[in-house]
Design a protein around this ligand. Structure first.
Ligand code: ZN
Length: 132
C-alpha cells in the first residue's frame, strides 16, 4: 500500500519555514486542522503578535519583584512609589498593579493615623495661617 509522503499528505500543515543559517526552508508538517491546510499555529486566522517587542514587554510585566510590606506611612509611600514607577515604565501588568494599589489602600486604612498637632504647634505654625 502506498503511504502518502509529507508533500502529498493533505492532513499535514502546508506552512513553509523560511531558510535560516544552516537549515534550508522546510515544511511545518504538524497535523493540519480538520479540512484546513494549516495547523493551529500557522492558520491565517490566528492572531499574531504585531510587534515582537510586545511579547518581550509582556514578559517583563509579568516578572516577579519584591516590595516592602508597609508597616508605617513612609514604608507605604516607598511601596507606592515603586508601583508608580513600574506602571510609568510599563514594567508591571496593569491588573496586578491595580490589585497591589487596592491592597495598599487597605493597608493605609489599617495604619495608625499620624499624631495630631499639639496646641503649641498649632499656635506657632498652623494656627497663625488660619487667622491670617
Ligand atoms: Zn504548521
Amino acid at each position: 500500500m502506498h503511504q502518502p509522503t509529507e508533500d502529498e499528505n493533505p492532513s499535514l500543515c502546508h506552512y513553509i519555514f523560511p531558510a535560516t543559517a544552516g537549515k534550508p526552508a522546510h515544511r511545518c508538517g504538524s497535523p493540519a486542522l480538520r479540512g484546513q491546510h494549516f495547523c493551529y499555529y500557522h492558520h491565517p486566522t490566528r492572531r499574531r503578535v504585531a510587534n515582537p517587542n510586545e511579547r518581550a514587554a509582556r514578559r517583563v510585566a509579568r516578572q516577579a519583584f519584591d516590595i516592602t510590606l508597609p508597616h508605617s506611612r513612609p514604608e507605604l509611600n516607598a511601596t507606592l512609589s515603586e508601583i508608580i514607577v513600574r506602571i510609568a515604565a510599563n514594567r508591571i501588568d496593569l491588573r496586578r498593579a491595580g490589585l497591589l494599589l487596592l491592597a495598599l489602600q487597605t493597608a493605609a486604612r489599617n495604619l495608625p493615623n499620624p499624631p495630631l498637632p499639639t496646641r503649641r504647634q498649632l499656635a506657632s505654625g498652623m494656627g497663625k495661617s488660619l487667622h491670617e
